[in-house]
Design a protein around this ligand. Structure first.
Ligand code: 6PG
Length: 479
């Protein structure tokens, strides 16, 4: 077989197939391979006219079809399957070749695989791809890890297939080894937070303002034209406007209220605990999904007392809607800020040089959390690459200042009525935690010293101190 393919894709499930088609449609010759050859043949039969595909039935044929340095993209299930596919292909490759993993792999696995393949001179490029099947076909957001040397070759190819916003590509080399998959993981964590915040806003509009799903769909359409404009707000309006064909009821009312997850949100929270990054809105969103699925526990709590205030009048409801918009926006800024800070913490921990502005740039299009306000985040980091928090940027700070009364009123109304708003509350508490002049952490330090002699720092002098709690009068000791 002649080595004519610029890239090869193995694993022709929906994502793999669509990415292969996207490469082909953009003028790249694509070798395609799948464990069962049926999918390979089907792809070429159905979509062969879209570009140049080289179907390969065996691993050897597949590798032989690739131009040097070989670029081999694996689109298989994350975990053991990925390891098995790497073990199958790596022995057939040569130094300088590249294996690109476009699945939703855990970044720690990517770091391990990258280190192992580097020993053999093979570049392992962990790549986050966002945008679902539609994005994979028509332009995803692409978060690339691995060596910068491999990106020199792959960058233009990724640029050609990625989403574009204002003529700019939504692909970037975000950092070395597992940085691409790490950034994709945080993208999904933010996605969880954003979706939960939107769901809480819907619940409040329904239960406090008394709006119907169709009316709330209109509110979301309106919000989508403003600063909240985003893919998630847009699809929320569509989901809420949808009527179930079978019953004629609002679709949202016939769906079981137990949210699933494949695990990337959970990984974000688990990793945040290790890094000490307080991504509380993401964590609450992840726990809210878990709680929604706890049928037995929910049954045990059902019927217990909650808030009782009456529904709002139509005029009050309109005012309340504008309050919720402020609360949603402010909480969203906090959730995104938490995600960005987590990326900064990881960059320090793993030695990645991540351009935070470019993360915002490549999330403006193609991915699930694409939103107009990401352009402002991009601009904020462009103006100050060392920005510690988005609230250090004047416009965001002003918006958060304006949101104070409505944000707090929204969370308070939810508490008064007994409506759960874990993500709204977490975002507000995070804001209050970070702005507080003194935190009760000082008391915790006293408690820790009392029962465990864990020592504490003093506000008036350096060092670590211990109070002899059982011996009043004995002076404290210092290290
Ligand atoms: C994307 C999505 C995609 C997906 C996740 C999350 O960026 O295209 O994030 O990766 O939707 O699988 O799904 P769960 O909600 O099932 O975890």
């Amino acid at each position: 077989m002649n080595a004519t393919a610029a890239i090869g894709v193995t694993g022709l499930g929906v994502m793999g197939r669509n990415l292969a088609r996207n490469f082909a449609r953009n003028g790249h010759t694509v070798a395609v391979h799948n464990r069962s050859v049926g999918r390979t043949r089907a792809l070429v039969e159905e979509f062969g006219h879209e570009g140049t595909f080289v179907p390969a039935e065996t691993a050897e044929e597949f590798v032989a079809a690739l131009e040097r340095p070989r670029r081999l993209m694996i689109m298989v299930q994350a975990g053991e399957v990925t390891d098995a596919v790497i073990d199958e292909f790596a022995p057939l490759l040569q130094p300088g070749d590249m294996i690109i993993d476009g699945g939703n792999a855990h970044f720690a696995d990517t770091r391990r695989r990258e280190a192992a393949l580097r020993e053999k001179g093979i570049h392992f490029v962990g790549t986050g791809v966002s945008g679902g099947e539609e994005g994979a076909l028509n332009g995803p957001s692409i978060m690339v890890g691995g060596s910068s040397e491999s990106y020199d070759v792959l960058g233009p190819m990724f640029d050609s297939i990625s989403a574009k916003v204002d003529g700019e590509s939504c692909a970037a080399h975000v950092g070395t080894d597992g940085a691409g998959h790490f950034v994709k993981m945080v993208h999904n964590g933010i996605e969880y937070a954003d979706m939960q915040l939107i769901a809480e806003a819907y619940d409040l509009l329904r239960q406090v303002a008394g709006y119907t799903p169709a009316e709330i769909a209109e509110v979301f359409q309106e919000w989508n034209r403003g600063r909240l404009g985003s893919y998630l707000i847009e699809i929320t309006a569509e989901v809420l406007a949808h009527t179930d064909a079978l019953t004629g009821q609002a679709f949202v009312d016939i769906v079981t209220d137990a949210a699933g997850q494949k695990g990337t949100g959970r990984w974000t929270v688990q990793t945040a605990l290790d890094l000490g990054s307080p991504v509380t809105a993401i964590a609450q969103a992840t726990f809210a999904r878990a709680a929604s699925g706890q049928r037995e526990l929910r049954a045990a709590y059902a019927g217990l007392p909650g808030g009782t205030t009456p529904l709002l009048s139509r005029t009050e409801a309109a005012r309340f809607t504008s309050q919720v918009e402020h609360a949603l926006y402010a909480s969203k800024v906090i959730a995104y800020d938490q995600g960005w800070k987590m990326i900064q913490d990881a960059a320090a921990e793993f030695g990645w040089k991540i351009d935070l502005g470019s993360v915002a740039r490549i999330w403006r299009g193609g991915c699930i959390i694409r939103a107009t306000f990401l352009d402002r985040i991009r601009a904020a980091y462009a103006a100050d690459p060392e920005l510690v928090s988005l609230l250090g940027e004047m416009e965001f700070a002003m918006e958060i200042t304006d949101a104070q009364v409505p944000w707090r009123e929204t969370v308070a109304s939810a508490a008064r009525r007994g409506i759960p708003v874990p993500a709204f509350s977490a975002a507000l508490s995070h804001y209050d935690t970070l702005r507080a002049e003194r935190l009760p952490a000082a008391l915790l330090q006293g408690q820790r010293d009392y029962f465990g002699a864990h020592t504490y720092g003093r506000t008036d002098r350096p060092g670590a101190f211990h109070t002899h709690w059982a011996e009043p009068g004995r002076p404290e000791t210092s290290d």
